[in-house]
Design a protein around this ligand. Structure first.
Ligand SMILES: [Zn+2]
Length: 87
């Protein structure tokens, strides 16, 4: 399962524009998405992995207006520095 609820505080969702602009220059605009804001629209049980195409259809690049947007899911803790807990 990779619902928005599962991903909150655990994974980062990044939208990455794949459109080619005039002159063959790639747009490359990317932005971290606000999971809580997405959940407001899609619901906390929205499975991002299973329903990725559905999510991608809803996105539009803020820079160039393209809908050729890819979603990347990356774990928030990529440092590999081991667990630590605040108390
Ligand atoms: Zn773009």
């Amino acid at each position: 399962m990779a619902t928005l609820r599962d991903m909150l505080d655990k994974d980062a969702l990044t939208a990455h524009c794949q459109a080619m602009l005039a002159g063959g220059r790639p747009c490359n605009h990317s932005k971290r998405m606000d999971i809580a804001a997405l959940a407001e629209i899609l619901g906390w049980d929205f499975d991002v992995v299973e329903r990725r195409p559905e999510l991608m259809r809803r996105l539009k690049c803020a820079e160039c207006g393209s809908r050729d947007v890819m979603i990347h899911v990356t774990p928030l803790n990529t440092s590999g520095g081991g667990d630590w807990h605040a108390s």
